[in-house]
Write a protein that binds this ligand. Structure first.
Ligand code: F6P
Length: 551
């Protein structure tokens, strides 16, 4: 196993600190561009039809050199090998982390915990293939002989966000006559609104839960089964309309699912990285197995790049290191992913779980409180919508908010000049954020518009753009299954890079437990009329107000 190194104890960390204060804090990107016509060539990487431009960052060659040294000192190379070897790097849960195996199409065999898992992975993949094909070919029919037209994925967190994001992103590839729906929230509205549209005879429920005990998923699955039985009456029909994705086979059988229709998950696949295995069943049912396989192959190509490319041209490594640069040396407090593609409207939400559940940690791998920042909030909305709401803060706010701009070269819907307008905004935003607008330019513009001296003095400060705001730009040929797999995995490996440098465990999520635990104590309190006294006065007050007004 690789060593657990406090990044602040490395030589590179101290050098980066000095480099930031002494040199880069007073450096302007627009000067760097004017002084070096080859800056774009130096600071971009192209991998197949994927272009990653990181030249609009507050960096020079020395910054990259030092960040790469930091990666070396923190033993990133050894950590990558440990993950690809299936080592037990998820120490607090005593588990290997091997989602990369789910999209490996080589003939290599893999041993995890003494078991050869390649054949298990292949067998689940084959099961997904045959099951999806049977549904699409009309060999798997509903209990009254109707073809399945509606797929309803019931899951939450990693058992929802991955398939939901991928299905939305790949809408142009949806099978004709198949519609997919996602139910995650325990708020009954989610279930009721989805079921309103459906005919039970044509509906297949995919109950996706690694543990098969998650409160939200089990509540939704039980209510879906009640709804189904209210229409179809015969409990034997449940087996034709409910399948499960889980590692808890006995619980799924207990629910009424036929053992043959349970798609296996393993404890060495963490929920938020699970869409490449059985959790991808809904994706395969929605876009067809061939397309699902292309998605996996794109993911595999990103793995290959991450595992084999030198760090200086390794996209996820550079993404991760740049993010460390801003979080730890510039005090950035949030990062944004702006996809200029409507089909990617769930991409930032998917990545939120990936980044925030993985790297929202404050104890290092030695069990010590960290003295430096780790994960920060990730968010985003599709462009150009954000330009008319929150981009104001990127341009003129007081915080540094590094942005990633992601866009396809080609649109699936090339009507009129929509796509060129979309891309002109994409290019304009990162340029504007970098260049800004100086006082001189603002004054000159106001003069041209006929404002007098005192009006100009009054207005000018509000119209100045400081510029020098860091961005990455990612251009992808088209959002197809292969390229989506690649894009997703580049970001997922960025999470890994951050976690190793920060010396935290990225593959556990103990932070979600306390709230879950407390809600199990509170639930019974909500079902009686007695005054609640067991919690803080705030929580008691809120619960009692709820009881007084509803029970
Ligand atoms: O809330 C935490 C979590 O464990 C996530 O990590 C996971 O993706 C989600 O719950 C769903 O868990 P399960 O698949 O076991 O229902």
């Amino acid at each position: 196993m690789f060593p657990k190194i406090n990044p602040t104890s490395t030589k590179a960390w101290s050098l980066l600190k000095n480099h930031q204060t002494d040199e880069m804090s007073s450096t302007y990107m627009k000067d760097l561009f004017s002084n070096d016509i080859s800056r774009f060539n130096k600071f971009h990487v192209q991998q197949e039809s994927f272009l990653f431009d990181f030249s609009k960052n507050i960096i020079n060659e020395r910054t990259i050199e030092l960040l790469l040294e930091l990666a070396e000192e923190c033993k990133l190379k050894d950590a990558i090998s440990a993950m690809f070897d299936g080592s037990k790097i998820n120490e607090t849960e005593n588990r290997a982390v091997f989602h990369v195996g789910l999209r490996d199409f080589s003939d290599n065999k893999f041993i995890i915990d003494g078991t050869e898992v390649k054949s298990e992975i292949n067998s689940v993949r084959n099961k997904i293939k045959h099951f999806s094909n049977d549904v699409h070919d009309g060999k798997w029919l509903g209990c009254t002989g109707e073809r399945i037209k509606n797929i309803v994925n019931i899951g939450i967190g990693g058992s929802d966000l991955g398939p939901n994001m991928v299905c939305e992103a790949l809408k142009p590839y949806w099978k004709k006559e198949i519609n997919s729906f996602f139910i995650s929230n325990v708020d009954g509205t989610n279930l009721v609104e989805v079921l309103k549209e459906l005919n039970a005879e044509e509906t297949l429920f995919v109950v996706a839960s690694k543990t098969f005990t998650t409160q939200e998923t089990m509540t939704n699955a039980n209510s879906a089964r009640e709804w189904f039985l209210s229409k179809m009456e015969n409990p034997d029909f449940v087996a034709k309309h409910f399948v499960a994705i889980s590692s808890n086979v006995s619980k799924a059988i207990e629910f009424g699912i036929n053992e043959n229709n349970i798609f296996e998950m393993w404890d060495w696949v963490c929920g938020r990285f699970s869409v490449y295995g059985a959790i991808g069943l809904t994706v395969s049912l929605t876009i067809g197995y061939e397309n699902f396989e292309q998605f996996l192959k794109g993911a595999e190509s990103a793995d290959f790049h991450f595992k084999n490319n030198k760090f200086e041209s390794n996209i996820p490594v550079i993404m991760g290191l740049l993010s460390i640069w801003y979080i730890n040396f510039w005090n950035a407090k949030s990062e944004v992913i702006l996809c200029y593609d409507q089909y990617l409207h769930k991409f930032a939400t998917y990545m939120q779980q990936g980044f925030m559940e993985s790297n929202g940690k404050s104890v290092d791998r030695n069990g010590q409180q960290v003295s430096y920042s780790t994960g920060i909030p990730i968010w985003g909305e599709p462009g150009t919508n954000g330009q008319h709401s929150f981009h104001q803060m990127f341009h003129q706010g007081t915080s540094m908010i590094p942005c990633d701009f992601v866009a396809p070269l080609k649109s699936h819907n090339p009507i009129g000049d929509h796509h060129t307008k979309l891309l002109s905004n994409f290019f304009a935003q990162s340029e504007a954020l970098m260049v800004g607008k100086t006082k001189e330019v603002v004054v000159e513009e106001l003069v041209q518009k006929g404002f007098n001296q005192s009006e100009i003095e009054k207005l000018a400060p509000f119209k100045i753009f400081e510029g020098n705001k860091p961005t990455n730009s990612i251009l992808i040929d088209i959002i197809d299954p292969f390229n989506l797999g690649k894009l997703t995995v580049f970001y997922e490996h960025k999470i890994f890079v951050q976690g190793i440098i920060w010396n935290i465990f990225s593959f556990d999520q103990w932070g979600v437990e306390l709230g879950k635990e407390l809600s199990t104590y509170i639930l019974p309190e909500l079902n009686n009329v007695d005054e609640t006294k067991n919690f803080s006065s705030s929580t008691n007050g809120l619960i009692n107000y709820f009881k007084q007004n509803t029970i």
